[in-house]
Design a protein. Sequence first.
Length: 201
Amino acid sequence: MYTVCLDLEGVLVPEIWIAFADKTGIPQLRRTTRDEPDYARLMAYRMAILKEHGLGLREIQSVIAGIDPLPGALEFLDALREETQVVILSDTFTQFASPLMRKLRWPTLFCNELTAAPDGEIVGYKMRCENSKLTTVRALQSAGLQTVAAGDSYNDLAMIRASRAGFLFKSTEKIKADNPDLLAFDEFDDLLRAIRDVIRE
């Protein structure tokens, strides 16, 4: 029995921080896990910029409310869930994710939690567990499930490589060049076909 583990941002929906950077005109916030493998360093960087500009949770949630799934993402997800179980493994936060999950028809999501002050300032965050994507994939495997994984960023590589099969999707040229052994796709139909080839073996 298989479970498919998918990243969220960059795979099913646009990158939240990039959308927020574009809305606020702060290009430094365009930095994501595609650029920075160290998530703690990335979040410290983001929180410092938000504090500098007096921005917080409410402003980010306002931008998220206007974000739609990537074209074809919902159809891809629906087709995949007709055949197997799907879990979204993301380093986003529950305070960000709800509007996006509604638009994706409420798939199962494992993510993290933000800590915000009463005025909305983001003062910290709590990771669900250490190396959350890899840890979750291994937990699923320990429960007797085979996993197939797909993602676009550095923080997806461990779960991709630990799975029965794994793919890069809508990734950067650098990540693809650094991981030439991984199949890489840019279209949902191609990814769906590759996953089906594995789970129908």
